[in-house]
Design a protein around this ligand. Structure first.
Ligand code: PGA
Length: 257
């Protein structure tokens, strides 16, 4: 059975105060979530300690990015080993903002994924097409290419069975991030089914890999998205900064049957 996950990506937002209040609230509500969803909060790395202190095991914690090295003279970077040492379980890799604003390529994504899974953490690998790519009918092939290239090290891992267990894929159409535009549940489902078939082609246990949808997920569209058979939860940006909205979205994950 696939894990159902709702992850809140705070991006470059937040404070000690938000870490205390929002995470405290989410922790309090997490106990009453009876749908088996795993709630994850991904704050700026500086606040991981504050978030973990409030999460107290009821909420999982991740970082938004890591460097492609484990240690050394790389000023400003943090490594997967450090994220693990700090108490994180998840690392976002290849978010479209990293790809667009910081020049991250599929090859760099692959290097990072390889280090993340070697550390025993789970990589949430982000993929998604731009509006121009969707309009020209290339969305599926662009996303398939990102999946194949970004996960090549998993496919080639010595113990690939174990490596695939540390992979979650988040489909986030670039044109839907922070814009208020969401893919329709049908379009998102179609892309998720396509990603699952690419994973299968790569030899992955595709039916066991959680696929999250992200891009303007809000309390009023989460139910439709999460009821699709290949959508196993969400990666939430803006709405994860408002405690009540984030918890409502978590509640919309249907209970596993
Ligand atoms: P959004 O961001 O929910 O604000 O669109 C999603 C994301 O970038 O992960």
């Amino acid at each position: 059975m696939r894990r159902k996950i709702v992850a809140g990506n705070w991006k470059m937002n937040g404070s000690k105060d938000l870490s205390e209040k929002l995470v405290g609230y989410v922790r309090g509500e997490a106990g009453s979530l009876d749908n088996g969803v795993e709630v994850v909060i991904i704050p700026p790395a500086l606040y991981v300690g504050d978030v973990l202190a409030q999460a107290r095991g009821a909420v999982s914690v991740g970082v938004q990015n890591v460097g492609q090295w484990q240690s050394g003279a790389y000023t400003g970077e943090i490594s997967p080993e450090m994220a693990k040492d700090a108490g994180c379980h998840y690392v976002l890799v290849g978010h479209s903002e990293r790809r667009q604003l910081f020049g991250e390529t599929d090859e760099l994504v692959a290097e990072k994924v390889s280090l993340v899974i070697a550390s025993g953490l789970t990589a949430i690998v982000c993929v998604g097409e731009t509006l121009a790519e969707r309009d020209s009918g290339e969305a599926e092939s662009v996303v398939a290419d990102q999946v194949r290239k970004g996960l090549v090290a998993v496919e080639q891992a010595e113990d690939a069975g174990k490596a695939w267990k540390r992979i979650v894929v988040a489909y986030e159409p670039v044109w839907a991030i922070g814009t208020g535009k969401t893919a329709t549940a049908e379009d998102a489902q179609a892309m998720h089914a396509s990603i699952r078939s690419v994973l299968k082609d790569m030899g992955a246990p595709a039916e066991e890999i959680s696929l999250l949808y992200g891009g303007s997920v809000k309390a009023d569209n989460a139910a439709a998205l999460f009821s699709e058979p290949d959508i196993d939860g969400g990666l939430i940006g803006g709405a994860s900064l408002v405690a009540e909205d984030f918890v409502s979205i978590c509640r919309y994950v249907p209970a596993s049957t």
